[in-house]
Design a protein around this ligand. Structure first.
Ligand SMILES: *Cc1c(COP(=O)(O)O)cnc(C)c1O
Length: 453
C-alpha cells in the first residue's frame, strides 16, 4: 500500500512539473525485457528485414536519381562521430561527469533531405511507388533492376498520381523531394511552425505547399481530409503510418554493422545508451525498435522532447497515448525545435513502443539554443534546434535520481565505464546560412545568460 501510494504521488508530482514546463527525466515503469516486449509487438524482425530489402532494391534507382548517394551505393545512411569536446562542455555545464564515451549519430548529414525523415518518409514514398508499379504492370516483379524507376515511362505514370502529407516542414521535404523526383504530384500541408526556407525549398521542387495557420495536429487533419476526397491521392500519415515506422526501423538495425565497423562493443558488460529527439514518435520509435532487434536488452533508448511539447511523455505516463494533448495540461505555445512541435503523440507508436522505451526527458527552449551554439563552437557541427535534444541525455541520466535508479535496476550501474552513449542528431545540413547565423546568435545569448544548467 505504502509503495503504491508513493508511486501515485511521484507521478502526480512529475505531471505537475511537466505542466509547469520544468525539465524532467522519466524512467518508464512499463519498460521490460526484449523477450517480453516482443511478445506484445505486432511487428517482428522479419518486418524490419523486409523494409531493409526494399531499400536495397531501390538503391540502384536512388544512385542514379540522387548522385550524392553514389559514394554509399544508393543507401541513405550517416556516420557516427566521437565528440569529446562537446562531452567536456556538457559535463561542465551540467556539473556532471558522463561515464563512458559520447558519440553523435550524424543524420543531420543524410543525403537527399538532411534529416532523419529521409529514413521513414522516403521509404514510404518508395514503397507506395513500388506497389503502384507492380499493380499496374510497369514492374513485372521485385527481382527487376529498380533503375527503371528513373525512366520517362514511370515518371509519366506517377504524374497521374498524387501524394499528400501534413508536416511541420521536414517530413514534407523528404516526401516532397522523393515524390517529385519519381514524378508524383505532391501537396504538402504545413503547420504554423514551418520555417520559411522549408516552404521555399519545397516550392522550388515543384511541390504544392498549403499553409495552415494551425498547429501540426490540425494541419495533418486538414491534409488527410483533402487527400481522402481524391481517390488518386495517397496520404503519408505521420500519426498512423506503419510504413513510415518500418522505414525508420532499418536505421536502428543497421547500427549493428556500423558499431562493429567502429570497433564499439555492445553486450552485457558494454551497455549502449541512445538519446533520440521525439516529435510524433515515429523516428525515435522506429529507430528504437530496430536497435532492439540488433542489441536486445543491451541497448537503452530514451526519447527527448521540448518542455513545450512533451506529448509522448504525457501519452505514456498517463497511458492515454494519443488521447491526451499538451493543451490538456495547460501547455501552449511554440518551440524553437520545430521538428518536435507535435502536441499529440502517435497512438500507434506510443502503444507499440511502451515496453521498449527506457524512458524520456524534456529540454527547455534556451537549452536547445545553448547546446546548438556549444556544439558548433566545440566540434564545428551545426544542427537544427530539434536535433540538439539528445545532447543532454547522458548528463541527465547520471544526475537524476530516476536515471540512477534506472541503471541500478538494469544492472548496468557498475558497467558504465564501458558504456557508449549516442546522441542522435536528426537534422541540420539543409538549414540556409542566414538561418544558421540567426540560430548561432540566439545560442550565444542563451549561453551568455548561464554558465551552468
Ligand atoms: C521529425 C523530426 C524529429 C522527430 O521525429 P518524429 O518521428 O516526429 O518523432 C526529430 N528531429 C527532426 C529534425 C525532425 O525533423
Amino acid at each position: 500500500m505504502a509503495d503504491k501510494h508513493q508511486t501515485h504521488s511521484a507521478s502526480e508530482e512529475l505531471l505537475q512539473a511537466i505542466a509547469a514546463e520544468a525539465e524532467v527525466f522519466w524512467a518508464n515503469p512499463d519498460y521490460t525485457t526484449f523477450e517480453e516486449a516482443m511478445k506484445k509487438s505486432s511487428y517482428t524482425l522479419e518486418d524490419v528485414k523486409d523494409a531493409e530489402a526494399r531499400l536495397q532494391r531501390f538503391a540502384s534507382f536512388i544512385r542514379v536519381a540522387f548522385p550524392e548517394t553514389e559514394a554509399n551505393k544508393g543507401i541513405i545512411g550517416s556516420k557516427i562521430s566521437r565528440i569529446p569536446n562537446m562531452k567536456e562542455f556538457v559535463e561542465k555545464r551540467y556539473q556532471q561527469e558522463i561515464v563512458g564515451e559520447l558519440y553523435l549519430k550524424r543524420d543531420d548529414t543524410l543525403p537527399i533531405a538532411g534529416t532523419i525523415k529521409a529514413r521513414g518518409a522516403i521509404y514510404e514514398v518508395l514503397k507506395h511507388a513500388e506497389t503502384l508499379a507492380l499493380e499496374h504492370g510497369l514492374l513485372k516483379s521485385t527481382e527487376e533492376d529498380y533503375v527503371v524507376f528513373a525512366n520517362e515511362e514511370f515518371r509519366n505514370f506517377f504524374a497521374k498520381h498524387h501524394i499528400a502529407v501534413g508536416t511541420t516542414g521536414n517530413l514534407g521535404i523528404s516526401v516532397g523531394t522523393m515524390g517529385a523526383k519519381l514524378g508524383f504530384n505532391v501537396t504538402v500541408h504545413v503547420s504554423v511552425d514551418a520555417k520559411q526556407w522549408k516552404k521555399d525549398f519545397l516550392r522550388s521542387k515543384g511541390v504544392e505547399v498549403i499553409e495552415h495557420k494551425t498547429n501540426f495536429s490540425k494541419a495533418v487533419e486538414q491534409g488527410r481530409a483533402e487527400s481522402e476526397a481524391n481517390p488518386n491521392s495517397y496520404f503519408v500519415d505521420d500519426e498512423h503510418s506503419e510504413d513510415l515506422f518500418l522505414g525508420y526501423t532499418v536505421g536502428g538495425l543497421r547500427m549493428k554493422r556500423q558499431l562493429e565497423e567502429e570497433g564499439i562493443q555492445v553486450d552485457a558488460d558494454h551497455p549502449l545508451f541512445v538519446y533520440l529527439p521525439c516529435g510524433i514518435g515515429g523516428s525515435p520509435g522506429g529507430i528504437t525498435f530496430g536497435m532492439k532487434q540488433a542489441f536486445g536488452d543491451h541497448v537503452h533508448c530514451f526519447f527527448a522532447e521540448p518542455t513545450k511539447m512533451p506529448s509522448m511523455l504525457l501519452g505514456l505516463m498517463t497511458h492515454k497515448y494519443d488521447d491526451i494533448s499538451v493543451d490538456d495540461v495547460g501547455i501552449h505555445g511554440l518551440t524553437v525545435a520545430d521538428g518536435l512541435a507535435v502536441p499529440r503523440t502517435s497512438g500507434l507508436v506510443a502503444k507499440l513502443m511502451e515496453p521498449f522505451f527506457s524512458g524520456g526527458y524534456t529540454v527547455q527552449e534556451d537549452e536547445f539554443k545553448a547546446l546548438l551554439k556549444a556544439l558548433h563552437e566545440t566540434e564545428g557541427i551545426f544542427l537544427e534546434p530539434a536535433a540538439l535534444a539528445g545532447l543532454s541525455g547522458a548528463a541527465r541520466l547520471f544526475r537524476t535520481q530516476a536515471g540512477q535508479q534506472y541503471m541500478e535496476a538494469q544492472n548496468v550501474a557498475d558497467k558504465m565505464a564501458n558504456a557508449t552513449h549516442i546522441a542522435w542528431a536528426t537534422g541540420g545540413s539543409m538549414v540556409p546560412k542566414t538561418d544558421q547565423e540567426a540560430f548561432l546568435k540566439e545560442g550565444a545569448e542563451a549561453l551568455a545568460q548561464s554558465d551552468t544548467h
